[in-house]
Design a protein around this ligand. Sequence first.
Ligand code: NAD
Length: 495
Amino acid sequence: MTDIVPAPAAWEYAPAPESRAVVTIAPAYGLYIGGEWVEPAAGERFATISPASEEQLAEIAQGGEEDVDRAVRAARAAFPGWAALPGAERAKYLFRIARLLQERAREFAVLESLDGGKPIKESRDVDVPLAAAHFFYYAGWADKLEYAFPGRPQPRPLGVAGQIIPWNFPLLMLAWKVAPALATGNTVVLKPAESTPLTALLFCDVLRQAGLPAGVVNVVTGDGRTGAALVAHPGVDKIAFTGSTEVGKSIQRAVAGSGKRLTLELGGKGANIVFDDAALDQAVEGIVTGITFNQGHVCCAGSRLLVQESVAEQLIAKLRRRMEKLRVGDPLDKNTDIGAINSAEQLARIEELVQSGRDEGATIWQPACRLPEKGFWYPPTVFTEVAQSHRIAQEEIFGPVLSVLTFRTPDEAVEKANNTPYGLSAGVWTEKGSRILWMAQRLRAGVVWANTYNRFDPTSPFGGYKESGYGREGGRHGLAAYLSLEEAGVGGGEA
Ligand code: NAD
């Protein structure tokens, strides 16, 4: 008689953790100014923690006004030499940085997931490869700037760029900002977000390996006060900011009348619009990606689902079935779909907005899922019976929380999609190409995806309308933000 092994009740995943051994984290970090590590003038530091375990990872320098001043001076001193280099020479540094990011990809991916809580499969397959791709892409432009803007054959760099980035894509936002600034001949002072500074600090080691001249890129860590000092510094020619609309508005007020150039990449409340002729299973994948990618900490997240009434019931049933299969947990596990919420503050904000959804009368659904005891976690959440006036239909939640609304006609879909203060992204799901084009012309969104969602490419410009900000990053448009396109001999760029 043969032994019969009973089949497992359900397919289970074994843990598949990525090793932490590939990263070395120093107990404390300084500021990277003029190609050297320096102590913060006031000697102040704060902790950066892993949001998945609340374990302290390192002590980070709190840069003050004096430190910002030192960094801006270093960037100013480096500017004439860097701007005078032939574009092809600057390109060599960018290519080197891109290749080093690829060589050290595993290290960057693990560090990004540890510090920020995002699943390793995303940092490994999206954040790090896309960061390298941005450096490759802008390296290609560095010696072709005179052909980038027809009729303006002598574009000139602006000078020192102050760049302030958020915590949701720390390395990728760095790449979006640093790559075009360097390609166009500007020098940089970068201020990473306070909860996720580690990959920007590791990036300084890449700059050292690439032999980038001292002072061309300086990194000053710290909180909002450090950012504000950078915005206010008279030696800065351009501010590039990615973050919340609230802080973006305060920066706009601070630079008004100063002559500084400004680009703002702010919040969003993207609509994913599904018509009754769409491939529904495919749409479900896009809806799930749209709202759970990076725990929903995505400015262009598809956080409102607009579904045509005739297929709403069917689509929501499919969506729930799919969401029940999502795995929430250890960001370093390669099977994890949803990692940790970035911080206790962000978790509190998500909880507060979800409570408002309940209080205002929307219906909440969450799959049964066990959340780890330590750290900050939130399950995927779907609200139905949502009215346009509800806060969860208007405000950016920045978490894995989807608000579902319905529509009957394409006009109504456009009306509802555009009915927020934001205008960053949208998705359209239909089999008709003509309808995609019709919708894209009417949606007030900087990016419209068709039958896909959250696709990024360095060659494609990204940016917003209305309270989502202005200016574009990526593509040829991303160069314009760092160049004076006046006639030769007029405009900024003075050393
Ligand atoms: P945030 O505005 O609180 O902080 C962003 C950065 O600004 C941080 O580095 C912070 O230290 C700094 N900062 C804070 N106060 C400042 C001040 N007064 N002056 C100068 N700098 C200051 O935003 P966050 O919570 O880190 O990021 C989430 C927000 O970013 C969301 O609203 C999201 O939509 C947005 N975002 C937008 C894009 C885009 O491309 N449009 C991309 C990613 C994130």
